[in-house]
Design a protein around this ligand. Structure first.
Ligand SMILES: [Zn+2]
Length: 193
């Protein structure tokens, strides 16, 4: 039975330490998690032949495939190369950019990662995590056209999800968890009822 108040564990950026530290714990407790990867970081990690180091490495395509194939991780798209502050802040639309140019630039980047995931890992994703939580009023429709179904922001809070509402997985809020807070301290910050 689905829980009435589920918690979704989400990990952004595709750090190798998610594989090294989180994967064994998630497996041990049979949790599920969402992990949103950045294409150019994983491409670099794969093609440079970097030795995996939990202090700084990013996941390779083969590690992403292992996580996906475990059935424990839903892999999401965190852009191929728009996880940067310049020339644009994440996927924000530049004021000088026409709607058409914006749509083209965003679609090209996102599809580049989707194609890579399909080629290297054998799947495409349905979850999109906005880099730095930044989005524009046009972005969700563009992403929905590509096939994404859920959209993760960095706005802090708890989501109310109602069955049958088509916008229910838009602008999903998340709560950033620092490793310095105990579980009790963390949950006491939020009134969950
Ligand atoms: Zn990120």
């Amino acid at each position: 039975m689905n829980p009435k108040k589920p918690v979704v564990l989400t990990f952004d950026d595709g750090h190798y330490n998610n594989y090294f530290y989180a994967y064994p714990i998630i497996e041990k407790y049979n949790f599920k998690a969402n992990l949103n990867v950045i294409g150019c970081f994983s491409e670099y990690s794969t093609s440079s032949g970097d030795i995996d180091n939990p202090n700084y490495s990013y996941l390779t395509w083969s590690e992403i495939k292992t996580l996906h194939d475990s059935g424990l991780f839903e892999i999401g798209n965190h852009t191929y190369k728009m996880h940067q502050f310049k020339p644009k802040f994440g996927i924000a639309k530049a004021s000088s950019e026409s709607e058409e140019d914006y749509k083209k630039a965003l679609s090209n980047d996102i599809l580049k990662l989707e194609n890579k995931l399909q080629q290297e890992c054998g799947f495409t994703s349905q979850v999109f995590a906005y880099p730095f939580g930044k989005y524009s009023k046009e972005s969700e429709n563009i992403l929905r056209d590509i096939g994404f179904k859920a959209f993760l922001t960095c706005n802090e809070g708890i989501n109310k999800v109602y069955k049958g509402d088509p916008t229910v997985l838009s602008h999903l809020k998340r709560i950033n968890r620092t490793g310095l807070l105990s579980t009790e301290e963390f949950f006491s910050k939020f009134k969950i009822n």
